[in-house]
Design a binder for this molecule. Sequence first.
Ligand SMILES: [Zn+2]
Length: 226
Amino acid sequence: MRNLLLSLDETAQPVEVFFRDDDAGWEDERLLELIARFAEHGLPLDLAVIPAALDDRLAALLLDRHAGLHQHGYAHTNHQVEGRRCEFGDARGFAAQRADIAAGQERLRALLGERVDPFFTPPWNRCTRDTGEALVELGFTLLSREHRAEPLGLLPELSVHLDVARLMPDELDLRFAAHVRAGGPVGVMFHHGVMEAEDMTRASELLGVLARHDRVVPRRMADLSG
Ligand SMILES: [Zn+2]
């Protein structure tokens, strides 16, 4: 994390950083481990929860822990016949998408109550304008995708920049440093479901660096949603 540390040492302005872990509902043991790593370092975590994959048991565990909770699609199903995988892609229009989002919203409210933030992360970080329109109609106040996605201009958006599970350590270090230099907020994405023990260890090292550096301002997505 040499480049990241250098960029933090050199930055004039503190940099806001938030952490979004996707696919809560899958691989519960790994999810709980990642939550524990964040707790060890005293860093906030926002979980994108798959409504159809959430059951009573996991809901109780999540309610017992300090993490932001918001909606991750409905069932994390691909509906595209061709092209890149999407649950909320152009294979389905406004009505079908809205029905899914509403069903997910209802399920999360039933299982998590007041703890759910009115935020939406589409599976695979991709959605269409119809998705945005359905989100507005259903009262969502934030959409979170990948930073290269063109903003829809329909509701506030908060992008993630780095995929910890997918980037090699050197690449992560370089890219993280570049985003620090560009100013924040920097969105760091995790996928606990694919993280092996060594990935957890590396993630924990990264969290340690960020937690100790006084130029890092850790944020919840809710702090950045305005
Ligand atoms: Zn996902």
